[in-house]
Design a protein around this ligand. Structure first.
Ligand SMILES: *[C@@H]1O[C@H](CO)[C@@H](O)[C@H](O)[C@H]1NC(C)=O
Length: 461
């Protein structure tokens, strides 16, 4: 690097600040002119090539791999917030635009479910303010694209952490939110073995911090939040119903979500907060999470990489109750719409409040091998399958939701089968990653073009 820079620096030294001063130099005018003639185009060419190369590699580099303990340590020093301009944006984003609309704070708004819920609420005329810490658990570029999409729809996404009490209090000072849709969390079952503190930090400490601010708010908002089907853990009674045991989680992720359900009970009991927990069952679809199997299977099948399919003991089938994003969004909105008001105010309980928990699944578990077959058909590429015994790292053999409670109370009725949902996902995947690639080539080509124009221009000097 320094070797490359040194000649460039010496070239810079050789360029007079204004061409007119050239003749005042001590060296012979002929040599100076000769030097200028060679060095200026060369310098510019080199710097442009250098820049083009850097840009090219930055754009082509693959998304960063899951971070280590060190690099993913959450920082609360979020980008600057506050000030009259910022407050105006917050207020305007959260302003209700329809008759009896809600004013909702959506945490994890740049996440998969958060993005879809935010845009659907906004489309209905509800006021929506997003909050997201843009951590690097998976490709931040994807989160930024989701944010750009919902900001075009009028949802301001504040960059900040649910563990930051000053920021949360400020948001409630500026807006009297009627509801909080709490979707910010550390997701992923296997990653909990690499970075356990991240789960405690987001799913427990962050949740408590949020509830603390909500309970002190006046008025208190009603809260709907994302629990998980993983709380059923080693439950073998199918389908899973809300009344089943959830005290034998198989992963730290599940344990932190289960802890969240107990913490919700406490805040409901002591402070009169209205709280609804939603147990999501393997939500998938366009703009999904890259750490989920359907997503990285798609990527690997297209790349020709082998994919690993797990099987349970005695060649048992591993199956998931895949639930399409649009169905889940409807469930989330119905949960918000049917949530009763919190009863307390300013940290004091005034009466008993609503406390609910619902399964949001699809009621039809599909073997993971079937998922792969559907993807093969949609992508028109044969997968290189590797079948391995399932490791004991937190995954359960199957999930299957009993959704009759959500059906009765929320009118929840999932209507998308896996083929249809995956077709939509694949369509999105191909267009998203294809357009990213071509955007990259566009930049590269325009660099090439400006290089040509530049060198043509320089020939005229
Ligand atoms: C599903 O749950 C409901 C209670 O919400 C229960 O009455 C019903 O029997 C369950 N169905 C099955 C098939 O377990």
């Amino acid at each position: 690097m320094t070797q490359l820079l040194k000649p460039m620096v010496s070239h810079i030294d050789n360029i007079p600040s204004t061409p007119g001063k050239l003749k005042t130099e001590k060296s012979s005018p002929y040599i100076s002119r000769l030097r200028l003639h060679y060095s200026l185009p060369k310098l510019t060419m080199w710097s442009f090539l250098f820049l083009a190369l850097i840009l090219f590699f930055v754009l082509l580099s693959p998304p960063s791999s899951p971070p280590t303990n060190q690099s993913s340590r959450r920082s609360l020093q979020t980008t600057s917030w506050g000030g009259p301009v910022w407050e105006r944006r917050v207020r305007s984003s959260a302003r209700v635009r329809s008759g009896n609309g809600l004013s909702v704070l959506v945490t994890g708004a740049a996440g998969f479910v958060g993005m879809h819920v935010s845009s659907m609420l906004k489309r209905r005329g509800d006021g929506v303010l997003g909050l997201d810490n843009f951590n690097n658990y998976y490709d931040i570029g994807l989160k930024r694209s989701r944010k750009a999409l919902i900001e075009r729809a009028g949802v301001f996404v504040v960059e900040g952490d649910i563990n930051d009490p000053a920021l949360l209090r400020k948001l409630f000072d500026v807006v009297a939110f009627t509801h909080v849709m709490h979707l910010a969390a550390q997701a992923g079952v296997r990653y909990a073995m690499q970075n356990p503190s991240s789960y405690v930090n987001s799913n427990i400490a962050g949740f408590v911090n949020l509830l603390e601010v909500c309970k002190s708010a006046n008025p208190q908002p009603a809260i709907v939040w994302a629990s998980s089907s993983s709380v059923y853990g080693l439950n073998s009674k199918v389908p899973f119903s809300e009344k089943d045991r959830t005290d034998h989680p198989a992963s730290l992720y599940a344990a932190t979500k289960k802890a969240g359900e107990e913490i919700a009970h406490t805040y409901n009991h002591i402070y009169g907060l209205s709280i609804t927990g939603l147990r999501f069952f393997t939500v998938y679809g366009p703009w999904g999470r890259p750490d989920m199997a359907y997503f990285f299977f798609t990527k690997d099948i297209l790349k020709g990489n082998p994919i690993t399919i797990f099987e349970a003991a005695n060649h048992g089938t591993v199956a998931r109750d895949f639930t399409y994003i649009d169905d889940v969004v409807k469930g989330c909105l119905a949960a918000l719409d049917t949530a009763k008001k919190s009863t307390g105010s300013g940290g004091k309980k005034k009466g008993s409040a609503q406390l609910r928990i619902f399964n949001l699944g699809n009621t039809s578990p599909v073997p993971v091998s079937k998922l792969v077959s559907i993807l093969e058909k949609l992508l028109k590429v044969k997968a290189r399958r590797r079948v391995l015994p399932m490791p004991r790292n937190g995954d359960v053999q199957f999930t299957h939701a009993n959704i009759s409670l959500a059906q009765k109370e929320l009118g929840y009725k999932p209507s998308t089968d896996l083929e249809t949902g995956l077709k939509n996902f694949v369509k999105w995947y191909l267009s998203y990653y294809d357009s990213k690639k071509s955007a990259c080539y566009r930049v590269y080509n325009s660099q090439q073009r400006s290089l040509e124009i530049l060198s043509n221009d320089l020939k005229g000097i």
